[in-house]
Design a protein around this ligand. Structure first.
Ligand SMILES: Nc1ncnc2c1ncn2[C@@H]1O[C@H](COP(=O)(O)OP(=O)(O)OP(=O)(O)O)[C@@H](O)[C@H]1O
Length: 295
């Protein structure tokens, strides 16, 4: 990747005044496209996202967006940023069209004709043209998420930061939301932070797994699962029996599914297990000593 395109992060570190080291030296190169950031609670995802959104500063390190130094020139980078927060505030009675108009005005879109054209384009892009005159307060959860993208896309950002986007969406809305993100990712860096491994597996060209403030694995979903080829074994432990030491345990009909990493089958009860991104995630966390409670 040429150094002038995309997002480049080097040696990023942040320790809060209470002594918690939320970021312990993050290095990442992110090209335009959809990039997934996975990690358990407290891994440092929000700290990283807020730092990229210029809402807080790191103790050390460097961030460049399309070659522009974010810490030295935050205002210049802000003009190229879109941030989709988890919640959009309540604006009683205000229609989608009107709220977009206000935000566009705040972002410096003062030419009325150009602003209107941009808003029409954005509404069409997120499939909300028909609902544009309805109050935002009446939108469903999925419509609100897509509306949030339209807000974040004012000014055609080069980096779109999306935090935990699909919680609470039904499958059809989740799918619609993903299609909009994929469309944006054709021309910008879209950084998607989530707990939902399946969203990243289906959608993202590359993924980083963050744990305790460090990147513990990085690559394409195929690379991450490929490293585990022929190394995973599973066994459904009948109810009442003690499960073995495993990289992941989850409840299934009939007992507990135990997934174990080993170069050979631990014993005759285990069958080969085809690795999924979720397994790579649990293996990466297990190697750092972090065990997530089964979902
Ligand atoms: N303002 C703050 N002051 C002190 N500690 C903080 C602050 N914000 C976050 N932390 C701590 O830093 C660590 C990383 O938190 P962060 O919110 O970045 O993680 P996360 O991966 O986003 O987690 P979650 O998925 O739960 O939001 C946690 O231990 C958290 O308690």
């Amino acid at each position: 990747m040429p150094p002038t395109e995309g997002l480049s992060i080097r040696g990023l570190a942040k320790t809060y005044p209470n002594g918690i080291a939320a970021l312990r030296g993050i290095d990442l190169e992110v090209a335009p496209g959809l990039y997934g950031l996975l990690g358990p609670n407290g891994a440092g995802k929000s700290t990283l996202m807020r730092t990229l959104a210029t809402l807080q500063t790191p103790d050390r390190g460097e961030i460049r967006l399309d070659g522009i130094d974010l810490l030295a020139e935050p205002d210049r980078v802000r003009r190229r940023l879109g941030y989709l927060p988890q919640q959009i505030g309540a604006y009683p009675g205000v229609s989608g069209h009107e709220l977009l108009t206000r935000f566009a005005w705040l972002k410096g879109r003062t030419d009325r004709r150009k602003r209107r054209a941009e808003i029409e384009r954005l509404l069409d892009r997120v499939n909300l043209t028909d609902a544009a005159r309805r109050p935002v307060a009446t939108y469903s959860g999925g419509m609100l998420r897509r509306f949030g993208i339209a807000l974040a896309l004012i000014g055609s950002p080069r980096l779109l930061i999306v935090d935990e986007p699909t919680a609470g969406l039904d499958p059809a809305e989740r799918n619609r939301f993903h299609r909009v993100l994929a469309d944006v990712a054709a021309e910008a860096v879209v950084l998607l932070s989530t707990h939902i491994v399946e969203d990243v597996e289906n959608l993202c060209a590359r993924v980083a797994i963050l744990a305790s403030g460090r990147i513990v694995a990085e690559g394409t979903p195929a690379e991450l699962t490929g490293r585990l080829a022929d190394r995973l074994w599973s066994w459904i432990v009948p109810r009442g029996e003690t499960p073995p030491d495993a990289v992941h345990l989850s409840a299934v009909p009939g007992g507990t599914l135990a997934i174990v990493e080993s170069s050979t089958a631990p014993d005759g009860r285990f069958a080969p297990h085809h690795p999924r991104l979720e397994d790579a995630y649990h293996v990466a966390l297990a190697k750092t000593g972090i065990l997530e409670v089964a979902a």
